[in-house]
Design a protein around this ligand. Sequence first.
Ligand SMILES: [Fe+2]
Length: 435
Amino acid sequence: MTRTAPTFTTAHLAPVPDETEAYDLDVTGTLPAELDGRYLRNGPNPLPGEAPGHLFTGHGMLHGIRLRGGRAEWYRNRWVRTKKLSCEPPNRGDRAVHSANTHIIEHGGHLLALCEAGFPYEVTGGLDTVGPYDFAGRLTTAMTAHPKTDPVTGELLFYGYSTTEPYVAFHIADAAGTLVHSEPIEVPGPTMMHDFAITENYVLWLDLPAVFDPGRAGMPFGWDDDYGARIGVLPRSGGTVRWFEIDPCYVFHVGNAREEGGSIVLDAVRYSPPAFLAAWHGDDRPAAEARHAPTAERGALHRWTLDPVAGTVREQRLDDRTVEFPTVADEFVGRPNRFLYAMGGPGLVKYDSNSGAAAEYVAGPDDRLGEAVFVPAAGATAEDDGWLLTISTPGDGSASRLLVLDATDLHETAAVRLPRRVPAGFHGSWIEEEK
Ligand SMILES: [Fe+2]
């Protein structure tokens, strides 16, 4: 039997072989002149000829597009030059030998390329690597790729998980970027915790049955039917975690959490155990077919409503579409949000929690859209007054586009033609110029 290349190195996910840059990019439509900053996105991109073994372990590559004054000034892509990329021999306990391939954020004046396997890597606005970043020596665990910035306090809340105790450690950096708090979070075993959630007064923990399995090559995590599944609630003012048992599932990505009346509501993309295993081991179906796959086998938007007084939790499936990369406007992280955006279905879906309706932006038949990043309009008064930025990747190897959609009605405001295909990757951010 002929062994074909794994899906995570072909079609939309096929890596690019080199670094490049281009200037004064072609724009279709009208770029909003007030968009002054960089759209940055991270994703795995193995070196030419390299076989990473798993989608999640390829070297991180950053793609950046600089927008200013209605123009797309440049595009640039750079590998994150980690110790793993340069094959530096690790020190004992070294937390900087990983791929830094999952996300990029700004906090306290630092641009950080994130991967949950270790320390962030700091990079410059031009995407050059500065080096591992450990909050001036205060961070002694790995750091999740999904920290949460509180929109009111400006604090960065995050955690690291580990295959040794403490399995989870919670951290807070203040708005200026100083790591001011660290504490262990007790869980029964080495769970793979990809994301978490915050509300105004709580931190929510996802203690789920994807756990460390040292016998597995590549990404050594597997499914443990005996582990159980729980959502933990930790008061941000301090105290102990209260745990709520839920039906076993996996959540790669949280959309948002919020307090409503006396309840705590969590919206996230839920995978059944078979759906998790299909995603984890790679899914060979082409995008067009996967879109129509039975949703029971894929991730779909769900809601968990926790009642801290009664100690109960209710789970609801919110929609049958297969979606991923749920996002909300930064100003609504941990606060009552009306809108949530996700990639999937025919392209991009905008959920309205007031009406229960969902609007769609339909991508080209062989185009895959990346995570949508919401950028508010200047002087915005409504939650969805702004734009959604996302990279569209064709499956045929032709050039990608940065789409700028009007978030109110999802019409295409502008499209920036990039000089090359940008592999479908993971997460990104809009970094305003004053930052
Ligand atoms: Fe992620």
